[in-house]
Ligand binder design. Structure first.
Ligand code: NDP
Ligand code: 2IT
Length: 450
C-alpha cells in the first residue's frame, strides 16, 4: 500500500475521538504526539503498515474497580479506582498513582499515554502506565487515608508486580500513601519486592527519588540555557504548585543561583519578590507535607502578597509549571511571552494548553515539554527498581550524577530530533515526541502484530 493511501492526521484524530468519547484530556495528549509523529512517518511505510501509533493510542488494558472504605464516623464511602496499563513494549508498565477529587478515566488515560513516551526518553526499560482514584485526601485523617489505601490495594495487588507493573506517587500520593500501599501489598501477598517506587529509605527506597522530578525539571532548563550560552544563575523564576515537584524545583533553582518568586495551590498563589530562600522553603515543606495547610499561611507569616488564580501574570525570566494539567491557558502563555519569558520547563504533566505550546514555540521561547522535562522522577524510580532487584542501595552521590546524566541525555536526544533546519532554534516538543516514539515503535515492530 502506498503511504498516501493511509489515514491522515485529521482522520486519525477523528477515530481517536470516536472511540474515546468525551475524553478530552486523552484526545489532547494523543494529538500533541500525533502532530509530530505523522510528519516523521510520512515516508516510513513500515510504521503505517503496522499501525504503530494507532496501537500505542489504544491502552493494553484499563482496569476500573470499586473501592469501599469506612470514614472516622463509621460511614461507608465508595470511590472508583483505576489502573491504566498503556504499553509494555520496552519494559514493565510504570507510572504514578493520582488521588484527587477530579480524577477520571480520561485524565488517567492521558497520563498513561504520556508516560509511555516519557519512560522511553529516560533510556531505561520501562513501559507506560498510570492509576489512581477520585478519592480526595484533603481534610482526611491519617487513619482514613490508611483505610482507603488498604482497600485500594486489596484490588490493585492483582494487577501489579515487580516485573509486571510498578506504580509510584503523583498528585495526592506521597511518602505517607506509598507506605500504606506497600504495607498492604506485603501483607496480602507475603512478598517483599519492588512493586512500588518512592518508598521510604527504611524499606527499599532510593536516595534522591523525592527530589528527582523537581531537580530534573530545573536541570533540563539549565541544559536548554547552556546551549545558548546562558544559565539559571541570576534569573527570576515563576513556580506553580507547592507539592513535591514545586518544592524541589525551588530548591534546585536556589542551588543554581536563581530566584523563585511564586508558589501556588488550589487556593491561589503567593508572590515573594525577595525570593523563596532555604528557610522559607523549609516552612513550605513543613506546611504542605506535615501540616497539610494552605499557602495563604506563607503570605501571613512572611508578609507577602497572596492572590487568587495562577502566577503567570508576574513578570519573570523563567517559568516552571509544577501543579497540574492545563494550568497555563493560551492567554496566559501569551501574557508570559509579552512579559519577556525566556524559558518554560514543565514539571507538571501537560500543564500548557495546545495553542499555548504553539505560542511559545512560534515566539522561539525555550520550551521543555513535560515528557522530557519531568522525566527525572520516573528515571530515579527506574533506578529504585534496579536497586530493589539487586537488593542493594546505591550511594546518594552516584544517584545525583546518574540523574544529571539522564536529564542531559534526554536534552541531547531532543536537540537531535528537534533542531530546526533553518536556524539554531530547537523545537523540544517535536524532538521529545520523535525520540520517544522511535524506541517504542521499533520494539513493537520486533514483536510483529501482537
Ligand atoms: P503534590 O500532590 O505533591 O502537589 C500538587 C500541587 O499542585 C499542590 O500544591 C496542589 O495544590 C496543586 N494542584 C493540584 N491540582 C490542582 C488544581 N487542579 N488546581 C490548582 N492547584 C492544583 O503532587 P506532585 O508535586 O507530585 O505533582 C505535581 C505535578 O507534577 C503533577 O502534574 C504530576 O503529574 C507531575 N509529576 C509528578 C511527579 C512526581 O514524581 N511526583 C513526576 C512527574 C510529574 P493543593 O495542595 O491545593 O491541592
Ligand atoms: O508522572 C510521573 O512521571 C510520575 N508521577 C512518576 C512516576 C514514577 O513511576 O515514578
Amino acid at each position: 500500500m502506498a503511504v498516501s493511501d493511509h489515514v491522515n492526521l485529521e482522520q486519525f484524530m477523528e477515530g481517536v475521538e470516536r472511540r474515546n468519547p468525551g475524553e478530552i484530556e486523552f484526545h489532547q495528549a494523543v494529538y500533541e504526539v500525533a502532530v509530530n509523529v505523522f510528519d516523521f512517518i510520512a515516508d516510513k511505510e513500515v510504521y503505517h503498515e503496522y499501525q504503530i501509533l494507532r496501537r500505542i493510542a489504544e491502552p493494553d488494558r484499563v482496569v476500573s474497580f470499586r473501592v469501599c472504605w469506612e470514614d472516622d464516623k463509621g460511614d461507608t464511602r465508595v470511590q472508583r479506582g483505576w489502573r491504566v496499563q498503556n504499553n509494555n513494549s520496552i519494559g514493565p508498565y510504570k507510572g504514578g498513582l493520582r488521588f484527587h477529587s477530579r480524577v477520571n478515566q480520561s485524565i488517567l488515560k492521558f497520563l498513561a499515554f504520556e508516560q509511555t513516551f516519557k519512560n522511553s526518553l529516560t533510556g531505561l526499560p520501562m513501559g507506560g502506565g498510570k492509576g489512581g482514584s477520585n478519592f480526595n485526601p484533603k481534610g482526611k485523617s491519617d487513619h482514613e487515608v490508611m483505610r482507603f489505601c488498604q482497600s485500594f490495594m486489596n484490588e490493585l495487588y492483582r494487577h501489579v508486580g515487580e516485573d509486571v507493573d510498578v506504580p509510584a506517587g503523583d498528585i495526592g500520593v506521597g511518602a505517607r500513601e506509598i507506605g500504606y500501599l506497600f504495607g498492604q501489598y506485603k501483607r496480602i501477598t507475603n512478598r517483599f519486592v519492588g512493586v512500588l517506587t518512592g518508598k521510604g529509605m527504611e524499606y527499599g527506597g532510593s536516595p534522591i527519588r523525592t527530589e528527582a522530578t523537581g531537580y530534573g525539571t530545573v536541570y533540563f532548563m539549565e541544559s536548554m540555557l547552556n546551549r545558548v550560552n546562558d544559565s539559571v544563575d541570576g534569573k527570576t523564576c515563576l513556580v506553580s504548585g507547592s507539592g513535591n515537584v514545586a518544592q524541589h524545583a525551588v530548591e534546585k533553582i536556589n542551588h543554581l543561583g536563581g530566584r523563585a518568586v511564586t508558589l501556588s495551590d488550589s487556593g491561589g498563589f503567593i508572590y515573594d519578590p525577595e525570593g523563596i530562600d532555604t528557610d522559607k522553603l523549609a516552612f513550605v515543606k513543613d506546611l504542605k507535607n506535615l501540616r497539610r495547610g494552605r499557602l495563604s499561611e506563607y503570605a501571613k507569616k512572611f508578609g507577602v502578597e497572596h492572590h487568587e488564580g495562577r502566577p503567570w501574570g508576574i513578570t519573570a525570566d523563567l517559568a516552571f509549571p509544577c501543579a497540574t494539567q492545563n494550568e497555563i491557558s493560551t492567554a496566559e502563555a501569551k501574557t508570559l511571552i509579552a512579559n519577556g519569558v525566556k524559558g518554560v520547563s514543565e514539571g507538571a504533566n501537560m500543564p500548557t494548553e495546545q495553542q499555548g505550546i504553539h505560542a511559545f514555540t512560534n515566539a522561539k521561547v525555550l520550551f521543555a515539554p513535560s515528557k522530557a522535562a519531568n522525566a527525572g522522577g520516573v528515571a530515579v524510580s527506574g533506578l529504585e527498581m534496579s536497586q530493589n532487584s539487586a537488593r542493594i542501595t546505591w550511594k546518594e552521590e552516584d544517584l545525583q550524577k546518574l540523574l544529571l546524566d539522564i536529564m542531559t541525555g534526554i536534552h541531547d536526544r531532543c536537540v537531535e530530533h528537534g533542531r530546526s533546519p533553518n536556524d539554531d532554534y530547537v523545537n523540544y516538543v517535536k524532538g521529545a515526541n520523535i525520540a520517544a516514539f522511535i524506541k517504542v515503535a521499533d520494539a513493537m515492530l520486533a514483536y510483529g502484530v501482537v
